[in-house]
Design a binder for this molecule. Structure first.
Ligand SMILES: C[S@@+](CC[C@H](N)C(=O)[O-])C[C@H]1O[C@@H](n2cnc3c(N)ncnc32)[C@H](O)[C@@H]1O
Length: 277
C-alpha cells in the first residue's frame, strides 16, 4: 500500500500563504479554507519534495521560486464551471443581444469571457452566437477568453470534454458543434474548429497593473469570479472591466454577485445583467 504523506499547517503558515495568495491573485481565503490550503498545496510539497508549508512559502517567494508562482496560483484557484451555466444569460444573448445587433446592422461583435476557467463558458457563448447571429445574419463574433490559471487555459484550448460535461449543451448545438470520439476516444466530445477559431484564450490576472487589451467589448461575462475578492478588489476590477465595455454594452455577473454602487454608469436590467449607459 502506498502511504500518502500528510502535512500539518500552523496558523502562521496559513496566514503567510493566504496573504501571498491575496497579493498575487486578489483571492481572499477565509478561515474556513484551511483544509483547502492544506490539500491544494500538499501536492506541491510532494512534487517538490519539501517537508513543511513554511519551506514551500519560502521557496515561492525566493528568486529560485519564480517558476513556481504559476503552480502556486493554479493550485489555489477554483475552476468550477459548466456549459450553459445559468442558462438565462444565454437566453439573454438570444432574446435581447442578438436582435439588437441585427437591427443595428453591425458586422462584428466582441464578447469577453473574463475568468473563463476550462472553456465551457466561452464555448457556450460562441455556439449561441454562431447559431443565432453568425450563420443566419453573417455577423462575425469574436470571443476573447481569459483566466489567471494556465492549467485551466490548457484544458480550454484543448476543447475536449467528457460526456457528463457536455450534458447541459442543447442537443441541436451538441450535434452541430461537437465531434464525437470513436474507438479509444469514445465518450469524449471535441469542440469543432468553427467554434474554436472564434475564441482566443489568453492569460490575464485581474489584479495585474496593466491589461494588454486595446479593444472594446459588446458583452463582458465575469461570472463567479469576483466572489473570491474583497470589496476593494471587486470595486477596482469591475471598474476596470467596465472601461472595456462599449457604450450600450452589457456586463453579466454570476447569480450571487451584485455590484450595488461600486461601479458607475451601469443600469441594472435583470438576472445580474447590467448595461453601460
Ligand atoms: C469558478 S470559476 C468561474 C468560471 C466561469 N466564469 C463560470 O461562471 O462558470 C472562477 C475562475 O476565476 C479565475 N480567477 C480567480 N482569480 C483570478 C484573477 N485574479 N484573475 C483572473 N482570473 C481569476 C479562476 O482561475 C477560475 O477559473
Amino acid at each position: 500500500m502506498i502511504e500518502i504523506k500528510k502535512f500539518s499547517l500552523s496558523d502562521e503558515e496559513f496566514n503567510k500563504l493566504r496573504r501571498l495568495v491575496f497579493d498575487v491573485a486578489g483571492i481572499c481565503l477565509s478561515d474556513s479554507k484551511r483544509e483547502l490550503v492544506i490539500s491544494r498545496f500538499s501536492r506541491r510539497l510532494r512534487a517538490l519534495n519539501l517537508s513543511t508549508f513554511d519551506e514551500y512559502y519560502r521557496f515561492v517567494i525566493s528568486p529560485d521560486g519564480v517558476s513556481e508562482i504559476q503552480n502556486f496560483i493554479n493550485s489555489i484557484t477554483t475552476n468550477k464551471t459548466d456549459f450553459f451555466r445559468e442558462a438565462h444569460h444565454f437566453d439573454f444573448l438570444v432574446e435581447r443581444f442578438v436582435p439588437e445587433i441585427v437591427a443595428s446592422r453591425r458586422r462584428e461583435v466582441r464578447v469577453w469571457s473574463a475568468g473563463c476557467a476550462t472553456g465551457e463558458e466561452p464555448y457556450s457563448i460562441a455556439m449561441v452566437l454562431r447559431h443565432h447571429l453568425v450563420e443566419p445574419h453573417g455577423v462575425q463574433a469574436k470571443i476573447f477568453a481569459t483566466d489567471i490559471d494556465t492549467h485551466a487555459l490548457d484544458t480550454a484550448r484543448n476543447g475536449i470534454y467528457e460526456e457528463r460535461q457536455v450534458r447541459p449543451v442543447p442537443e441541436e448545438l451538441l450535434h452541430k458543434y461537437f465531434l464525437r470520439g470513436k474507438g479509444p476516444a469514445f465518450g469524449l466530445y471535441k469542440v469543432k474548429d468553427c467554434i474554436k477559431e472564434s475564441v482566443s484564450f489568453r492569460q490575464l490576472n485581474f489584479v495585474a497593473e496593466n491589461y494588454p487589451i486595446s479593444v472594446f467589448f459588446d458583452v463582458i461575462f465575469c461570472r463567479n469570479v469576483i466572489i473570491y475578492f474583497n470589496a476593494e478588489t471587486k470595486r477596482r476590477v469591475l471598474n476596470r472591466l467596465v472601461r472595456y465595455l462599449a457604450r450600450g454594452g452589457y456586463l453579466v455577473l454570476g447569480h450571487s454577485e451584485t455590484i450595488f454602487d461600486t461601479v458607475e454608469g451601469l443600469t441594472y436590467l435583470k438576472n445580474t445583467v447590467y448595461r453601460k449607459e
